[in-house]
Unconditional design. Sequence first.
Length: 202
Amino acid sequence: MHVVRTVVCKIRFNAFVLSLFGAALLGASLVSAQVAIPHADVTQKTDLAGLPNLSGEWTVFNGEKGGASVRDGVLRIAPVPQTNLFHAPDDGFIVVNAPMVLFAPEGDFTFKAKVSAQLVNIYDVAALVAYGDDKHWAKLCFENSALQEATVVTVVTRERSDDANSETVASPFVYLAIARKGNEYSMHFSRDGKQWRLARHF
């Protein structure tokens, strides 16, 4: 069962490129779809000064489910217990209430961040998310797996979630990247921010 306790995650933005995703950057093919900020009635305004100036305004989504703050260029999200972003294929577990900080990108992009989290319980997670609505989204996760190992995990949801574990990471942090070109997404991870591996392409 995918139940997430209170986890404080930290995300440091070390690069954002609103351009074509260069092969020299990650050495892999590119990535997908449109991402939009949800309607105003489900978003909240929070002081997010210190985040990079991007094409769209930063907005807290599901803010009642956790706090978001920025200090020294680091975004911290602290969710309340029992939050998640997962729709089991058999419909037996559906929780789509994780607090997120979103912006609406324009065109092709690459988004990279150094991500850390307090991974204590199974399925504790911090993630980069490409979010369309509560039935269409994808996340690239730094997650405490069922084996209680820090693991890179990808989840693509088109009504139901397709969950895939990648590699374990023997570190308190990992670098994550999501890129979009046209109608494709690719998700990459790195242990050092220099050598990148492909985790998912759809």
